[in-house]
Design a protein around this ligand. Sequence first.
Ligand code: DQQ
Length: 547
Amino acid sequence: TTVKQLHRTVYHFQPPKHWINVSLFLASSFSFPPGAFENRTIDPNGPMYYNGFYHLFYQYNPKGSVWGNIVWAHSVSKDLVNWEPLEPAIYPSKPFDIKGTWSGSATIFPGDKVVIYYTGIDAKEKQLQNYAVPENPSDPYLRKWKKPKEGNPMVVPDNEINGSSFRDPTTAWQANGYWHILVGSRKNDVGVAYLFKSKDQKTWVKTPVPLHQVPGTGNWECPDFYPVSISGKTGLDTSELGNDVKHVLKVSLDATRYDYYTIGTYFPDQDKYVPDKGQADGWDGLRLDYGNFYASKSFFDPVKHRRIVWGWSNESDTKQDDVKKGWAGIQLIPRTVLLDPSGKQLVQWPVEEIETLRGQMIHKSNHKLETGKPVKLSQGITGAQADVVVTFSIPNLDKAEPFDPSWKDPQDLCFKKKSVQGAIGPFGLMVLATEKLEEFTPVFFRIFKAKDNKPVVLMCSDEEHSTLKTDVYKPMYGGFVDVDLADKKLSLRSLIDHSVVESFAAGGKTIISNRVYPTVAVFEMAHVFAFNNGTEPITLERALLCL
Ligand code: DQQ
C-alpha cells in the first residue's frame, strides 16, 4: 500500500526528497511508499555560502518523524531552490556530543576558514559548545567534518551557567580585536545571551555581564545577532560596524515557541547591546513571523550582498498523522532581511530565486470586491501550489472603526473581532479553499482608526476552517502592520504549498505562516479567492497568481 501524500510540500525544503526545478504547477496526486520519508526536520543550522554553494544544515532525526537521535543533516544548492542532499555532516561520535549534536552556526573566518560551532550533549546530559572543521576544505561540498581533539569541548558551562539550558552558539563576529559568540541560556526565568570572547577562535572567555538578558522570558534558544544597514539596501556581513549600522538581536523563546527580535545599538567596547527606545524586549516584542515559525538563523550571502534568514515550520497535525505521513517539519522559504526605512522594524521578503519557479500566470485587475461575494482568482487551475500577489485599494478610510488603545495583543484582537463585521475589512485572501468553502484558510486585514486619525492595520489568519479534521491544532494568528496607507493601498503576497501558506503583508513588514491540513481543498480542488466582508467597498487593484 502507499500513503497518498496530500500535504507534502513541493517547493519548500524537506529531506530527503529535493525539489528539482519543478514549476509550481505540479498538481498531479503523486504517491509515496510508506516509510519513504521517515524523518523529521527542525532547526536550520549553520547556513552559509562557501565556494560556489549555499549550504543548509538542519536538526534531523534520521530514524523517525518525532524528535530524537539528532544529527546535522546537510544539503547544498547553487540557487537556494534546487537542493542536493548529502550525508549528515555532524553526528554524535565523541564524549562531548555522544547524546546529541544540537543547533549551531557556521563562521567563515578570514582566509576562507570555515568553522562550525554547535552544542553537544555529553553522557551526563550536559550542554557543551564544540567546534567542527571540514576534513577537506577544498571539497566544494564540504561533505566530511571532523572535531579536532585540540580545543574540544570548546566551552563548558561554569558554575554560574545552567548546564541543561546552554546552547545554540551564534556565528562569530569580530570587534575590538576579539572574536565574539553568543550562547542562549537562562538563569531561572531570566532569558540570557551569554557573550564569549576569543583572540584565537578557540579559547573563549565569558564576559562578566551577558550581552543581554530579560527577566520573565525563560530560556533563550537559537540567538542570532547581526548588523543591518540604516541607509543602504544591502545586507551586511556579521562583523560590520559603524555609524550607518544598527544591530538586531533575535531570540527564540522556548516558552511561546516564537522568534522575537529587537533593534538596537551594540557597544563593542562595553560588551553591551541596548535595544532602541520603544522596542519591546521579550514577549511583547516584534516577531519575525506571527505564525508557525521558530529557531530561525541568518547568514550573509556575499554573492548578492544580502542577509538571508531561514526558519523552521513545525507540523500542527496530530503526532499519529506525522508518523503516518512519514515526515514532519519543513523549512520555510529563505527570506532576505533588511531594516525598514522607519528604523523601527525589519522587512523580509522571499529570496528572488523563488520566482524562477513561476509558470502559468493569471492576472486580474480593478475588480470590485463586494461584501460577501468572494472572487475566485484560480479560475480553471489548482491553487494548491501558487505564488499569489495582490494589491487592495481602500477608497474610504474615514469609515474605519475607532481603535481602542487598550487593544495591545493583535492575536487577541483577531479573536475578539472574529464574528464582528467591520467597516473596512475583514478583506483579503481565502486560500486552500474548496469551491463551496467547506474548507478554507483566510488571510485578511481589518483597518481601524486611531484617535489621531492614523490607520491601524491588523493582519489575521484563522485556521478554524482550514480542514474538516477535528483533531488538528487550528490557531488564529495576528499581527499589526505598521503602514500609514497614504496611497490607500495594501499589498499581500502568499506562497501556498499544499500544507503551508506564508503570507507577507505590505512588502514584508508583517508575516504570518500557517501549517494547514485540508482534506478536500487539495490538488485540483484547492482554490484561491479574494474576499471582502466589511461594509465598505474594497477594490482588488491587481492580482497575480503564478502557478
Ligand atoms: N532545538 C535544538 C536545540 C534548540 C532547539 C535541539 C530549538 O539546540 O535549542 O534539537 O528548536
